[in-house]
Design a protein around this ligand. Structure first.
Ligand code: BG6
Length: 506
């Protein structure tokens, strides 16, 4: 049979619609479900990507009926969806919404859930297909998994349907607990059916890192220690911890963001070219990158943690971390973390990767800045190059998604003065296509069974191997203070100054 490569390529671009299925969300009254998951379900529906017979089943500890849940879900979709809210689209989703009240240790509630799923197979033709989303505090993961095991809810049934589980980050709180959790998840589900979420991988700009590096001839020859001086990966937020003290105080910035989002960004920036873009090939290269990470011997000089004090942001006075609702008195949890990491391989030998993240910093920005080496010789006078910095390629993950190239240019006039200028690519200007929100993309992948954008258990464990020594080093210490609205504690600036460098001001 002759094949038509052009048609094949076009077919691959057509969005696929998942099999009829149920999406069960545990903890559906929580922040994540309201702000991200339900709007994502609506957007999928609006784009025609939900299968006929789709059922959204919420489970949480509330005395609600289907109608109450529908009203809350509708409000969440109206507020949070990327696409326009349309009553007809919502009505189709609303018709298949169900709510089951119960706490996670309530056997009867889980028995009822298992029975409801069996009933739905007949009434909605979902043929045993179900995805379970654990949108619950990490401490509850084992409890919910045990319940699924007890009720046999996770077993692929005789109808041959699929059962998948989605586990939110952080996956464990250290290497040991991550291994235990992995073992438990693997007892209940087959490994291929476990989807660990790191929503950064669902972001368009993060996926574009691979396009930038591997679809172009321009950058790859520069992407190594001969040309690159250092890499800075920043995830800054202006918000505080909001109403999440319960979770946040037991995690801190390193477990909340460094262990997952920032190390994933590092892996995608540093990895070798995968042989193809399937899940397995990308995983292979990311694992090699993560395995080559080495922590500095001198953690005292190259790892910094901080906690925000009250200060000013956008013209308003904001409270310090210790004044936030439900934060225990005298908490030493960090809201800022910065570390230098090195990669022990030929491509990156001698190139430090500086990672930082923090809450209540001056603005929300996530970026990867690749800083190039200075020219070996500058045939200009020192005064003419006073305003010339190092060349930089900055991948702006968010906001203002795009890429900036910083390089020197002659200042118009009679002298040979050279100053830094920027060349910008902005998604919003270059493309008319709109990008799905990260959770929409990832939810669709779960329903389709595509694991390309989900870290596997080895990636998670390797990441804890980086974080555990840091946490151990910080145990019993007090984080340095920084004022809300400042770029973190002074120690973080000193850390780079020690290496003769400075943080970019994004
Ligand atoms: C989450 C963290 O994973 O990412 C939060 O738990 C953080 O603390 C959030 O606020 C930031 O996500 P985004 O997509 O807004 O950068």
């Amino acid at each position: 049979m002759s094949r038509n490569p052009l048609r094949d390529a076009r077919d691959r671009r057509l969005p696929r619609v998942p099999d009829p299925c149920a999406l069960v969300v545990f903890g559906v009254t929580g922040d994540l479900a309201r702000k991200k998951l339900i709007p994502a379900v609506y957007d999928l529906g609006n784009r025609g990507l939900l299968p006929p017979g789709f059922v959204l089943l919420g489970f949480a500890r509330r005395d609600w009926g289907d109608g109450d849940f529908e009203a809350v879900a509708r409000e969440a979709a109206e507020k949070g969806a990327r696409t326009e809210f349309r009553q007809d689209v919502w009505q189709r989703i609303a018709d298949s919404i169900k709510f089951l009240p119960g706490s996670f240790d309530d056997d009867a509630a889980f028995d009822k859930l298992a029975q409801t799923l069996r009933d739905l197979e007949a009434s909605h033709g979902i043929a045993g297909n179900a995805a379970f989303y654990l949108s619950v505090p990490p401490a509850m993961f084992p409890v919910v998994l045990e319940q699924m095991k007890r009720t046999g809810m996770a077993d692929n049934d005789a109808s041959g349907g699929w059962r998948r589980v989605v586990v939110e980050k952080p996956f464990g709180h250290d290497l040991e607990s991550a291994r235990e959790l992995n073992a438990l998840v693997d007892e209940v589900f087959t490994p291929a059916d476990v989807f660990r979420i790191d929503h950064y991988l669902g972001k368009e700009t993060v996926q574009n890192l691979m396009a930038l590096r591997f679809a172009n001839a321009l950058f790859e020859p520069l992407w190594n220690s001969h040309q690159i001086d250092s890499v800075q990966i920043t995830m800054a937020e202006d918000v505080g911890i909001g109403s999440r003290a319960g979770f946040y105080d037991s995690a801190g910035a390193a477990r909340d963001v460094l262990q997952n989002h920032l190390l994933q960004l590092l892996a995608l920036t540093a990895m070798e070219e995968p042989v193809s873009f399937d899940a397995e090939s990308i995983r292979t290269e990311k694992l090699k990158a993560l395995r080559s990470i080495v922590l500095p011997k001198d953690l005292g000089s190259y790892a910094v943690r901080g906690q925000y004090e009250q200060g000013w942001l956008a013209g308003a006075r904001v409270p310090g971390y210790l004044e936030e609702k439900d934060v225990p008195a005298g908490s030493t949890t960090e809201t800022y973390a910065a570390v230098r990491l090195d990669l022990d391989n030929r491509r990156w030998a001698g190139v430090p990767f500086y990672l930082r993240t923090g809450k209540r910093l001056p603005r929300r920005v996530t970026e990867i800045a690749v800083v190039f080496k200075r020219p070996p010789h500058l045939p200009f006078s020192a005064t003419d190059t006073e305003e010339l910095g190092a060349n930089q390629l900055v991948v702006r993950v968010q906001p203002d998604e795009g890429i900036t190239l910083r390089f020197g240019s002659k200042v118009p006039g009679s002298s040979m003065e050279v100053r830094d200028v920027s060349m910008d690519f902005l998604y919003g200007e270059a493309f008319t296509e709109s990008s799905p929100e990260a959770y929409e993309r990832l939810l669709l992948d779960v329903l389709l069974g595509d694991k390309t954008l989900f870290p596997d258990h080895e990636e998670v464990e390797l990441s804890w191997k980086v974080i555990d020594p840091l946490e151990e080093f910080w145990t019993g210490t007090t984080p340095a203070r920084y004022r809300a609205g400042e770029w973190g504690p002074r120690a973080a600036d000193e850390m780079l100054a020690r290496d003769g460098r400075q943080w970019r001001r994004p």
